[in-house]
Ligand binder design. Structure first.
Ligand code: CA
Length: 156
């Protein structure tokens, strides 16, 4: 008997005729001439995110686009540049948003304080200025008088 694809020829016995043993070689048929399509059942045992490819006497598993791994046990999503960029942009956007939000809040608080201060202190400020003017005048007078008092005796 001529078994194909490394099929093992089993000699005839009293109860069985000679035949080919095709177990474990990926083929079937009387002469092991028919390839087993492993992918036809259960995706060939490949990972859910893998593609099963039938080959003569065997099959292969490869992860789909965007996934990496052995194709059988692991097929993990691959972070793409655009994903990273989007995540970065999102992070930058959040950062900028928070920064401008805080800056806006600070500016608002400062404006409120400025107007409150101005409303409360503007008259006081004027008063203070007037008083300081008076004080300055008084001081000038004092100084002047003092100077005159000091200088007058020297001149006389
Ligand atoms: Ca096959």
């Amino acid at each position: 008997m001529n078994c194909l694809n490394n099929g093992v020829c089993i000699d005839k016995t009293e109860t069985k005729a000679a035949h080919c043993d095709c177990s474990g070689i990926g083929y079937n048929g009387n002469f092991c001439e028919i390839d087993n399509n492993e992918c036809s059942t259960n995706n060939g045992g490949c990972h859910v995110q893998a593609t099963c490819t039938n080959t003569p006497g065997s099959f292969s598993c490869s992860c789909k686009e965007g996934y990496s791994g052995d194709g059988i046990i692991t097929c993990n999503p691959v972070p793409t540049f655009s994903n990273e960029k989007n995540e970065n942009n999102q992070a930058v956007g959040i950062g900028v948003g928070v920064t401008f939000g805080l800056l806006g809040l600070i500016v608002l608080v400062l404006l409120i304080l400025f107007f409150l201060k101005r409303k409360v202190r503007f008259p006081l400020f004027l008063e203070k200025k007037k008083n300081s003017h008076k004080i300055l005048d008084r001081n000038n007078k004092k100084v002047w008088k003092k100077n005159q008092g000091n200088l007058d005796p020297l001149k006389q």
